[in-house]
Design a protein around this ligand. Structure first.
Ligand code: SF4
Length: 74
């Protein structure tokens, strides 16, 4: 079990495959042909959606979904 999620972001290299949006549409938005974005108000739901967000990060084929947890160094 990971610590609570503090921040989620997408690094360069998204291939717009929509895997993350299919898993967690309340957090990830992939508009046609554009890189994925994390929705502005998604932070309020990181707690309830944590498992799905972690799953999306694992399933992203190019591993550009990054997650910072409470207590992470840096
Ligand atoms: S799963 Fe990864 S590559 Fe696919 S749309 Fe989401 S961020 Fe982009």
């Amino acid at each position: 079990m990971s610590a609570p999620i503090k921040k989620v972001w997408i690094e360069a290299g998204c291939i717009s495959c929509q895997v993350c949006q299919d898993l967690v549409p309340a957090v990830f938005l992939v508009e046609d042909g554009n890189d994925c974005v994390v929705l502005a108000d998604a932070g309020k739901r990181f707690g309830e959606l944590a498992e799905d967000i972690e799953q999306a990060a694992r399933d992203c084929p190019v591993e550009v979904i990054k997650i910072e947890h409470e207590g992470d160094a840096g």
